[in-house]
Design a protein. Structure first.
Length: 148
């Protein structure tokens, strides 16, 4: 195979990959999943990759070793199931094998999580509406209002 044939094959491969990840893949990502997605597993994550256009997305930073996280989980699952305009995404702050709340995980540092559960709420337009912080629990209050 000469150099020109190799380049043509590469261009064709790249074009096919672009088509495969084009509108069909975007449409699949733009639909609400049947159950809340579980992401991160303690690693860095780009939250905006998990937004669903036209839906309010609640990111719940949690640990299975957090009593309040475990307690609110069924209500968040129900919120996801019963409100067609709301998507819940569970952000697991624990790396595999870590027992107890993993305060040293990359995702905790990335989003400056100081307490769990920790919420971030994005609007249907994809913009951050509220997030928990040491000085504000606005996102938590928004989530609690959605649960009622």
């Amino acid at each position: 195979m000469n150099r020109r044939s190799i380049i043509q094959a590469l261009v064709a491969f790249i074009a096919l990959a672009a088509i495969a990840s084009g509108p069909a893949a975007s449409a699949a990502a733009a639909t609400k999943p049947a159950k809340p997605a579980h992401i991160a597993r303690g690693q860095n994550v780009k939250l905006t990759d998990h937004l669903v256009p036209g839906k309010t997305v609640v990111f719940d930073f949690y640990s299975d070793f957090c009593g309040p996280c475990v307690q609110i989980a069924p209500a968040l699952e129900k919120l996801h199931q019963t409100k067609p305009d709301v998507v819940v995404v569970k952000v697991d702050i624990n790396r595999p094998g870590i027992k107890g709340i993993d305060w040293d995980s990359p995702v905790v540092r990335q989003y400056n999580v100081r307490a769990v559960p920790h919420f971030k709420v994005y609007g249907p337009d994809g913009k951050l509406k509220a997030e928990d912080s040491p000085t504000s629990d606005r996102a938590r209050q928004m989530v609690l209002a959605m649960l009622n």
